[in-house]
Design a protein around this ligand. Structure first.
Ligand SMILES: NC(=O)C1=CN([C@@H]2O[C@H](COP(=O)(O)OP(=O)(O)OC[C@H]3O[C@@H](n4cnc5c(N)ncnc54)[C@H](OP(=O)(O)O)[C@@H]3O)[C@@H](O)[C@H]2O)C=CC1
Ligand SMILES: O=C(O)[C@@H]1CCC=N1
Length: 235
């Protein structure tokens, strides 16, 4: 971290001491304890940092309660939901802030997320952050699972694992690139691959017969509901 000028510490209090902005990136189960630790340490500060929380499910009202200072002041909080492709500068992120957050604070949060995200979407109701979590927060894992299964299928049908891996990964990357670079809708891109009575049609009919749409719908709902549940049980 020294070569990029970042100071590190294992103390939350020390890390937050002079901060104007604090990214709260601990697990939902740890968020309450960390917030309370910080609020206790900030009693003497004249200003508090802007908090950007990435914790799945944890609501603004819970965090406000935990971060409330002894004199009643409450730091401003923006809830965001990034995803792991942020690690390669290709993140997709959702953000929510209510009326207590100023427009310059919102701009700061959006700029931070935009530095690692290609899609940065504000939502206008807090509960939609759970939907963003179910779609794009958890979403990379859905595509990784799909690629894992494509590799297994290709291997079972006779390709070497290495060949199947290279073909599946590049197919995912190529399809992703077309999705973001093409002016055509995803459905049209799908139709372009699907020759009448051809191989793609056979695969898509198999997907449909296995209830593919329902599988995706249920999975996104399951992740969204889990976010809501985390908020209720840990709040
Ligand atoms: N994983 C993902 O794709 C996404 C995760 N999120 C959210 O990000 C948060 C972190 O998730 P994830 O990165 O998967 O979890 P990890 O367990 O990988 O990371 C949690 C981090 O918190 C640190 N930590 C644990 N306890 C404390 C503490 N008391 N004070 C300070 N730091 C602490 C851990 O350090 P150590 O390892 O030393 O214990 C670790 O570095 C969650 O709230 C999750 O909902 C949001 C979007 C996407
Ligand atoms: O699985 C999780 O709970 C976190 C939130 C979004 C992605 N990973």
């Amino acid at each position: 971290m020294k070569d990029i000028g970042v100071r590190t510490t294992e103390s939350n209090v020390e890390a937050s001491q002079d901060a104007d902005l604090l990214v709260l990136a601990v697990k939902p189960q740890v968020t309450k304890a960390v917030c309370q630790e910080l609020a206790g340490a900030w009693a003497q500060r004249s200003t508090t940092p802007l908090i950007i929380s990435i914790a799945a499910g944890i609501t603004l009202s819970s965090m406000r309660e935990w971060l409330r200072l002894a004199d009643g002041r409450v730091p401003h909080i923006v809830r965001v939901m990034p995803n792991t492709p942020a690690l390669v500068g290709e993140g997709a992120s959702g953000l929510y802030a209510d009326e207590g957050v100023s427009s310059s604070e919102k701009d700061l949060a959006a700029a931070l997320l935009a530095s690692v995200s290609k899609a940065t979407e504000w939502v206008d109701r807090e509960e939609l952050i759970d939907v963003v979590t179910g779609l794009s927060g958890s979403g990379p894992a859905y595509f990784f699972a799909m690629v894992e299964h494509l590799i297994e299928s290709g291997t079972k049908l006779g390709l070497s694992r290495e060949q199947a891996t290279r073909l599946a990964k590049q197919t995912c990357l190529g399809a992703g690139k077309m999705l973001v670079e093409s002016t055509e809708e995803p459905a049209q891109l799908r139709r372009n691959v699907t020759s009448p009575n051809g191989t793609t049609a056979a695969a898509l009919e198999s997907f449909e017969a296995s209830g593919f749409n329902d599988i995706v719908d249920k999975a996104v709902k399951a992740a969204t509901s889990r976010g809501e549940e985390l908020g209720k049980t840990l709040g």
